[in-house]
Design a protein around this ligand. Sequence first.
Ligand code: PHE
Length: 341
Amino acid sequence: MLERLREIEAETLKQLESIEDRGALHRLESATIGKKGEITGILRSIGQLPPEERPAVGQLANEVKRRLEAAFAEREEYLRQQELARSLESGAIDVTLPGRPVPTGRLHPITRTLREIYAIWAEMGFQIYRSREVEEDEVNFTLLNMPPHHPARDMWDTFYTTTEGVLLRTHTSPGQIHVMREYAPEPIRVILPGMVYRYEQITARSEIQFNQVEGLAVGHSIHMSDLKGTMAAFARRLYGADRRVRFRCSHFPFTEPSMEVDVECILCDGEGCNVCKHTGWLEIAGAGMVHPVVLKNGGYDPAVYSGFAFGMGVERITMLRHGIEDIRYFWGNDLRFLEQF
Ligand code: PHE
């Protein structure tokens, strides 16, 4: 019996050394130390042995059982490690692989320009006032000194809704009326940014929708010189301190006098190029002193109050700064364009 026990131990340990899968390991385990295993069988049959042999067999059987248990556990752990190493190697999970980049969105180039513009005007004390995009004909035109049938309306044809007298605003200027009516007779210093709409033939330089930033200052003793100084300060902050600025006479029904603001072409430094049509200058805004009729429509007495207003195109400014040659890219939703910013 003792001999057999030593044999089982030696044989099992030898087999264990070459066992490579856990199924075979478990089979060998139950054949030896399992419930129906040989060693378990020997332990159970000790009672049938002659009394003088019992202690020695019992002791050895228990020792062998404990040693084999330890050997099985050790081999099992070894196989587990092997399996893990194999699965890592075969690439089930390669923890060293760099992660897949999560696509992140970014700000639209127009949003970025708008934020820069807001920051400059904020420094000069202008607050943002949001005005509606769906507007009344009355506010978009009539209250801005363009009564029905006024020829200036032709410059700003737009999209009309099925409701009589309601349209998509053609410029941010109707916001002037809303802000004045809300704050009169307080002094005002605001910018009014947002989308405007025009019924136009779409080309590289004109779109049916684009952003403007309107500005309005109303108060006591506001003069043309304030407007010029303010526009020059803005242009230098946006385009660089040594940019030259010039003012040209112009006409808008809602300002008097009116002007266009030009900056020295930022692409050719005033030398003359395709973008500035060889003039050396780029138009950045329309502006002027608020017309007395408009002041009155806003609730201010033009004999006491005066003010200036301006309006600039945001896509225009962005095109110049990034050398973008077609305005249609902005709202065409082409990622190849948008991802460049
Ligand atoms: N609203 C004018 C336009 O869209 C721009 C402008 C605004 C001009 C304010 C003068 C004063 O062309």
